[in-house]
Design a protein around this ligand. Structure first.
Ligand code: SF4
Length: 379
């Protein structure tokens, strides 16, 4: 059983230097082979095969095993999750991040199509994940724990079986499966005529796609080789070297701007998302300065992050970065709450609800008063 609270105790105030210092210059083919040997080969079984004991201890604490009774699982999960969420929001430790990003590939794998990763969904015909009609792939694993997250099934990097089924009598859903780049491309290529007709393409979302860096890199590059437009939906929390690697293969970044620290609330971003904003902002400015196409995405949660300081910060972002391709205001919705129940994760301690008409009008009035031509407001 892991101890998430212990992992979280060592999160430093700033992550700007910690995760990129030990990135090696290059990785061998052996490294590549080794790194992916521990991906479960059969996600349909209760116990994923092929993982080391350490991996299992770390990643699969919340996967039911045949030996566990439902009561045992519930008790274990409750203990773990209570520890995990006692220090809300929880996150992946810096030690984990250092390990995840230590293998940034300097050399291309021999065959992008054979690279494997873990995803939990593919949505075809999506129209909220970048321009046009998109094929959106949802990666497992996220270094943040946003209190308003509606995809908690993305948090664990490993396949994760729900505690309960959505439908009485059905089997609890297993969130996550191993897939190759080639398999995803087959789906994306079937959708390509819709992409081309609508100005759409392939979007990598999650979770945080950069957390599975090799897979993310290979998929982006293979898609671009096929002439598919690519979007990377990212929380921005990864070493700069990761984005340097990915950027040449990304047509547009969908970049989250979640909260603004102020003198009165210096730790607000971290308390709402599990991570301080320093590295995220550093990465944004680096990509912008290098000419990346970026759409800023701003989830607004009534009474939580829609402070005047944050609205001002969004307007300032738009004003100071005229090359932004768009600024999207994304209103909170609570459609993901039932997922917490099915997964056995306590619902976040978030005192909010979807914005009413008055709240949306207040947001609209503010941004319209700032005359921001590229802002996309909720109706
Ligand atoms: S970055 Fe996205 S997936 Fe990760 S916790 Fe936040 S909302 Fe959820």
């Amino acid at each position: 059983m892991n101890t998430p609270a212990a992992n979280l105790a060592d999160i430093p105030a700033s992550n700007s230097a910690d995760t990129s210092a030990d990135i090696p210059a290059g990785n061998s083919a052996d490294d590549l082979a080794r790194d992916f040997t521990d991906i479960p080969t059969d996600t349909s079984a209760d116990i994923p095969a092929g993982n080391s004991a350490a991996d299992l201890a770390r990643d699969f604490t919340d996967i039911p095993t045949a030996a566990d009774s439902a009561d045992d699982l519930a008790a274990n999960l409750a203990d773990d999750l209570a520890a995990n969420l006692a220090d809300i929001p929880a996150g992946i430790s810096d030690g984990d991040l250092a390990r995840d990003f230590a293998d940034i590939p300097a050399a291309a794998p021999a065959d992008d199509h054979a690279v494997t990763g873990i995803i939990f969904d593919i949505q075809r015909g999506a129209f909220h994940d970048g321009p046009g009609l998109r094929t959106t792939v949802f990666f497992k694993g996220c270094p943040l724990r946003c209190l308003w997250c509606h995809n908690p099934e993305s948090w664990s990097r490993a396949p994760q079986r729900a505690l309960r089924a959505a439908t009485p009598g059905a089997a609890p859903k297993l969130h996550g499966r191993k897939i190759t780049v080639g398999e995803i491309l087959q789906t994306a290529l079937r959708d390509k005529r819709y992409h081309d007709a609508s100005g759409g393409g392939l979007t990598l979302s999650g979770g945080e796609p950069a957390l599975q860096l090799r897979f993310c890199h290979a998929l982006l590059r293979a898609a671009r080789t096929e002439g598919i437009h690519t979007a990377l939906d990212t929380c921005g929390h990864a070493p700069a070297a990761a984005f340097d690697l990915l950027a040449p293969h990304v047509n547009v970044f969908l970049w989250d701007h979640k909260a603004t620290d102020t003198a009165a609330h210096p730790g607000l971003h971290r308390s709402l998302t599990g991570r301080p904003p320093a590295q995220i902002l550093e990465n944004f400015h680096r990509l912008y300065a290098n000419g990346a196409t970026i759409i800023l995405r701003c989830p607004l949660i009534p009474g939580v992050n829609d402070t005047q300081e944050h609205l001002d910060s969004i307007a300032a972002f738009a004003r100071d970065h005229p090359r932004l391709a768009g600024i999207e205001i994304i209103p909170y919705h609570d459609a993901g709450l039932s997922k917490y129940d099915l997964l056995g994760i306590p619902r976040p301690a978030l005192n909010t609800r979807p914005p009413d008409a008055d709240t949306k009008r207040r947001w609209r009035d503010f941004f319209q008063s700032r005359n921001l031509p590229k802002i996309i407001l909720p109706t």
